[in-house]
Design a protein around this ligand. Sequence first.
Ligand code: FES
Ligand SMILES: [Fe+2]
Length: 374
Amino acid sequence: MTAPTRLSVDEPSSAPHASRTTPASRYHDPAFLDAELGQVFRRAWMAACPEYRVREPGRHFLFEELGESIVITRDEQGKIRAVHNSCRHRGTRLVCKAGRTPHLKCAYHGWVYSHDGRLREVPEGGGFESLDRSKLDLVPVRAETFAGQVWINLDPQAPPLAATLGGIDREVAHYRLEEMEPIQQAVWELPVNWKAVLDNATEYYHAPIVHKQTIDAHVGATRPELVTYGDHTRQTLPIAPYEWRRWVDLRTSRGGPYTDKQLECIHKYLIFPNTLLNVLPYHLTVFQTFPIDAERCRFHYVFFKRRGARGLEWLRAYATWAASRYILREDVVILHLFQQGVRSGRTPEHVFHQYESAILHHERALTRWIEGRV
Ligand code: FES
Ligand SMILES: [Fe+2]
């Protein structure tokens, strides 16, 4: 397990210019995306859906990204499962949308599976010359839970999720993120490389320009701080230091105990490769991007408040949601321009400011995974 490493983004960097750059082709080259898909997305843990989508036994959710179709279920024993959405008779897709069913039944010839993926019924089974039913369960996918999300891994040999988190799971446990429930869940297709959305959400350099009327006007003098946990990062961003802030915090921060920093700063955990958890005691936002091709992605957005929020806590969660939607619009506008310019190929190399160090960390982790050094 990797111990967290603190990098103050205020410290002047002694690194030579050349080590703080990345080739622009990583944002538009299909060959680089192929490497990312094969070496990273096929091997890393990724959030697949909020856990509330499979709250009761029999409920299932459909994860359809990366060319995969995966059914996430909670079985009769209450255990989270994930299976490939393909019938073991002749491969037909079993599930077409999220829902709740007593079992998973193929619409073609009626083979029936329980929610743990086990084959239960084969109509007119005597008609098969030989059929070893024990080998015809649905093909399983690794699935675990953390931070109120179901995480999957396409690599059967991958280490357990907790062993890859570098201690982030222990750090966020106080927030009790499994208590969060959604205000809004949306998926948008964006004409930008999948990394650009996450880069933008974890760098502070653009804030005084893109968000000069919103974030930057309210963060005060404290600068953000970057902490690394192996391949993952945490960007700590101070928010709205108004006079009666502590009074509001005391009334809106269930869970805990929280440190002063957890109360005063939004903590942005980028779980490598593609899941960003924005955490405060009264809200959680999950950002995820999945590549469609080298220059398009699907952006999964879920904004949560704590279950049972009332009064001031409810108001603060909804006000934060409204503000974050406005800020997100500012980001999406600039991201369109980013990708249009990157595509031109006229800036072959990106050079990073100290406040963009989280991007550099992510880029270096990507390189290690692609070169097979992980
Ligand atoms: S393909 Fe599913 S039962 Fe035949
Ligand atoms: Fe932004």
